[in-house]
Design a protein around this ligand. Structure first.
Ligand SMILES: Cc1cc2nc3c(=O)[nH]c(=O)nc-3n(C[C@H](O)[C@H](O)[C@H](O)COP(=O)(O)OP(=O)(O)OC[C@H]3O[C@@H](n4cnc5c(N)ncnc54)[C@H](O)[C@@H]3O)c2cc1C
Length: 513
């Protein structure tokens, strides 16, 4: 329930431990609204607080930031036109697909225009031969899955645990982790060439498509794609079309669980398996995560229940050529697991919920929402996470210290769900913790904020960089960890591309930190 309104420069509403920031109306509000409506159509522009409030909703512990306008363009030219209007009136712009990144990287922290890319959802070309799909920026995992299943059954894409409506292109932009990332690397590598609209509204192509009429690769070409991918969070321009990697659908394919008996094995075995170069995907979740998925319990026992494994890994393996190759990989897995006192189990080992969770991509697995993630959340259904990429040799220390951090906030209702993934055959490890909490309980919101601050420092101290980093984590990074030369270079790049400073102000803001 909203409890109060404080009038400052803009309006701030406080409720349940959070603040909603409502920006002051621009002096040219009506004129900007008219120009946006003339450009993209009356029904695709909103300038009212009610719509803005919906766009500021967050499942996390962060405050809410309302935009002043929402515009939902259909074409690249309309995106370009919106940026030109924003430059003319010097008002901020941020773009989003569905706001599902969990670091609230899609929020406009300073009012202005939210560009909602969801109408740009055409799949323009599927090139199975060279393995890419040319997509508009708002294409979702559900769109891709339907198109490939119905019209290109020989090809597939990698999936994660995200909801069906999550963006396929935006997942690459934020460097997601997917089910076959051990073999194919982070989702970042799936974006090959792109059409972009620069902050000033000019349109350009980057990747090989920037030099020749070919979309299927980034290089050889000066790699300007990096100006838009992997953590810029929309501060340098807007990708409007992208060639995204698709992969051959494995002819022979299997997924099994491998359960580990103790923390040492839990943290070392993923790396050992990755370095065999045999398995497409290796992801481990801890016993709290399994319990919370399978039992929906809202408080967690302090000790691991008798007979429960420390972690369960889902291991994906496949062959394009024969059942024998698949069988060989299965045998190797069993042998390595045995040697490590670990067990290979079928996917129904923990019951229906986990089997469904691991076999159906979330595209089908969460028709009603994000249910499995919120067990333990109580009525407020909050979910937060901190995740980063680094070296897997630190898994054990991160695991132990995560438990210490959560212990120090002693709450049976706030427990970490720890996940560890392998990428690029062990070259990169992904460590993340999720926490579900009651957003209606201010003390839980506050605790999650404090826990996450400590988690962020833990990750940075071990040389991990965060993906989908929330603003507070970015500020800590710039203030206490980042190289000065790097920050100066970033500033130069941003100022060159965006002379009026309209793109997602306050993100990567070196002056602020
Ligand atoms: C329950 C749950 C489970 C999840 N599991 C996974 C998982 O297993 N693996 C995984 O990788 N992710 C996972 N995610 C994260 C999420 O689904 C992805 O990050 C998603 O693909 C991006 O969300 P979105 O499409 O809503 O993008 P948004 O959240 O709308 O945007 C993400 C960021 O990219 C920027 N951006 C978006 N589009 C563009 C563009 N065209 N040009 C420039 N910048 C742009 C935005 O400004 C923002 O900063 C999960 C999320 C949830 C809620």
């Amino acid at each position: 329930m909203w409890r109060g309104v404080i009038l400052l420069k803009a309006v701030h509403m406080k409720a349940e431990g959070k603040t909603a920031y409502i920006p002051k109306e621009s002096k040219d509000h009506n004129q900007i609204s008219k120009e946006l409506k003339d450009l993209v159509g009356e029904e695709f522009v909103a300038d009212d607080v009610a719509t803005a409030f919906v766009y500021s909703r967050t499942m996390c512990e962060f405050d809410q930031y309302l935009p002043e306008f929402v515009a939902v363009p259909r074409t690249t030219e309309e995106v370009s036109g919106i940026l030109k209007i924003a430059n003319k009136y010097k008002i901020p712009v941020q773009c989003q697909v569905r706001g599902l990144n969990m670091g609230d990287c899609h929020m406009s922290l300073d009012g202005g225009i939210i560009i909602d890319l969801r109408r740009m959802n055409s799949i323009l070309e599927i090139n199975e031969d060279s393995g890419y799909a040319l997509c508009e920026a708002g294409v979702t995992y559900a769109n891709m899955r339907r198109e490939l299943n119905e019209n290109h059954p020989g090809s597939t894409i990698q999936y994660g645990f995200m909801p069906a409506q999550a963006g396929f292109v935006s997942n690459s932009i934020v460097e997601g982790h997917l089910d076959r990332s051990c073999k194919y690397g982070a989702s970042y590598y799936n974006l090959l060439s792109a059409e972009v609209v620069l902050p000033t509204g000019e349109i350009a192509h980057v990747g090989a498509r920037g030099l020749v009429n070919s979309w299927n690769r980034k290089t050889p070409a000066p790699d300007l794609l990096g100006l838009f991918l992997g953590g810029w969070y929309g501060t340098t321009g807007i990708i409007t079309k992208a060639a995204m990697r698709i992969i051959p659908r494995p002819k022979y394919d299997d997924v099994v669980f491998v359960t580990t008996p103790d923390i040492d094995t839990a943290c070392a075995l993923p790396g050992e398996l990755a370095r065999t170069h045999l398995f497409d995907g290796i992801g481990a979740v801890d016993w709290r995560c399994i319990l919370s998925l399978t039992t929906k319990m809202s408080s967690m026992p302090k000790e691991r229940p008798d007979g429960f494994p420390e972690t369960s890994m889902d291991i994906h393996f496949s062959s394009q050529v024969s059942e024998e190759e698949l069988e060989f990989k299965r045998k190797m897995l069993e042998s390595i697991a045995n040697k490590n006192n670990s067990k290979v189990l079928p996917l129904d080992a923990f019951g229906y919920e986990t089997e469904r969770f691991c076999t159906l991509p979330m595209v089908e697995g969460t028709p009603g929402g994000l249910g499995p993630f919120f067990s333990g959340a109580g009525k407020g259904s909050g979910l937060s996470w901190i995740g980063g990429l680094g070296e897997d040799k630190h898994f054990k220390e991160l695991y132990m210290k995560t438990l210490e951090i959560y212990d120090s906030y002693s709450s049976a209702h706030l427990f970490p769900q720890i996940c560890m993934y392998e990428m690029d055959w062990g070259h990169v490890g992904c460590f993340r913790t999720m926490v579900s909490f009651d957003r209606a309980d201010p003390s839980q919101v506050e605790k999650v904020r404090n826990i996450n601050r400590e988690m962020v420092r833990l990750m940075y101290d071990h040389g991990y960089t965060l993906y989908k980093a929330p603003k507070f984590a970015e500020d800590i990074l710039m203030k206490d960890y980042a190289d000065e030369g790097f920050l100066k270079l970033m500033k130069k790049v941003k100022e060159t591309l965006d002379p009026n400073g309209i793109m997602a102000p306050k993100r990567w803001d070196t002056e602020e930190s």
